[in-house]
Design a protein around this ligand. Structure first.
Ligand SMILES: Nc1ncnc2c1ncn2[C@@H]1O[C@H](COP(=O)(O)OP(=O)(O)OP(=O)(O)O)[C@@H](O)[C@H]1O
Ligand SMILES: [Mg+2]
Length: 327
């Protein structure tokens, strides 16, 4: 088994809630527990899928890993080095090695800049200029399936899929080894989603990339992931090899996510369709005990579900779940 490129231990990111002026008088601070103690690793060349409903902290986790947000607690190791405290030049060097592809290519590309400016910016920051810069831009455009003629165009002159190709070219410009793909296809038509996923996979093979691939449902990550991490309200509920998550999900939340995928020709391992009631509780005031307890459909739950957070237990090699019912 290859060594981890990324390892996080007990990673937390809390946001201080913006308060109205009268609330500030009371002096009481409120926190949004967006990521609340997450540990896992991503091996070199691997794709780890990170899934969970909207608002469960996936983007916050991805951005904290990349040091775009300062972690509240916990440790981040990249290629064996602790990166929590990197600053200045060292942080700039790290940015070359870790990049992000954003969910909404339209919102993440500057509408007033041409494609060559957008893709060229990270290269310029790293000191590239002149002919070398120009040739690198052409090379990147070709790698993502665009052409030289696209250099002078603005983001609004592209289709959604092409815009995401520009976003991918920008992320890959500095030759990173690790890429957080934050819902890279959610904003695209289904027919285009497959093209972009194929492109990401081709690039992974060619460039030896390692991906953390974020999605809000399991169907997208099923195509790409070697392992899957299932998140709920800032915590990991289950993680393990992708095929095991699909064939023998352990956590009730994973079972519910799986049962919501329409499947053709395959027997659904969960018994029937599970409809989760309500929505994810607010991360301002998460439930005590297991964070999933307010929506868990298991009848006659033990008292521990309401008082004690369940630990992540390795039930099969490399397959972990956090649920009191798994003994
Ligand atoms: N910069 C911020 N300041 C304050 N709260 C934030 C910030 N970013 C995210 N949050 C809050 O943290 C929680 C997790 O948000 P996050 O964007 O990480 O979720 P997500 O899983 O990526 O959701 P989605 O699938 O909708 O993209 C949410 O309650 C969100 O409102
Ligand atoms: Mg998100």
């Amino acid at each position: 088994m290859s060594s981890p490129l990324l390892e996080i231990k007990g990673l937390k990111k809390y946001f201080l809630r913006q308060q109205a002026f009268w609330q500030k008088w009371t002096g009481k601070k409120e926190y949004i527990y967006a990521v609340d103690g997450v540990s896992f690793s991503v091996n070199k060349g691997e794709t780890v899928g990170l899934v969970g409903e909207s608002g469960c902290g996936k983007s916050t986790l991805g951005r904290t890993i990349l040091r775009l947000y300062e972690p509240t607690a916990g440790e981040i190791y990249f290629d064996g080095e602790k990166i929590n405290d990197l600053r200045g030049d060292e942080l700039l060097q790290l940015r070359r090695r870790m990049q992000i592809i954003f969910q909404d290519p339209f919102a993440s590309l500057n509408p007033r800049q041409t494609v060559e400016k957008i893709i060229g910016l990270p290269l310029k920051i790293q000191g590239m200029k002149g002919r070398e810069l120009s040739e690198r831009i052409d090379e990147l455009l070709e790698q993502v399936g665009l052409a030289r003629v696209h250099r002078k165009r603005f983001p609004h002159q592209f289709s959604g899929g092409q815009r995401q190709r520009v976003g991918i070219a920008r992320a890959l410009a500095v030759n990173p080894s690790f890429v957080v793909a934050d819902e890279p296809v959610s904003a695209l038509d289904v027919s285009i989603q497959a093209q972009i996923i194929n492109l990401l996979q081709e690039l992974q093979e060619k460039m030896g990339l390692t991906y953390l691939f974020i999605a809000h449902d399991l169907s997208v990550v099923s195509y790409v992931s070697d392992r899957i991490v299932v998140m709920y309200l800032g915590q990991v509920m289950e993680m393990g090899p992708a095929e095991e998550i699909f064939s023998s999900p352990q956590h009730p939340y994973t079972k519910a996510l799986l049962s919501s995928i329409p499947r053709i020709g395959k027997k659904n391992p969960s018994t029937g369709r599970i409809i989760l009631e309500g929505s994810v509780p607010s991360p301002l005031n998460p439930p005590a005990g297991c964070k999933f307890n307010t929506r868990c459909f298991i009848k006659n739950k033990p008292a521990a579900c309401f008082h004690e957070p369940p630990p992540l237990i390795e039930g099969a090699p490399g397959h972990y779940a956090a649920c009191h019912l798994l003994g």
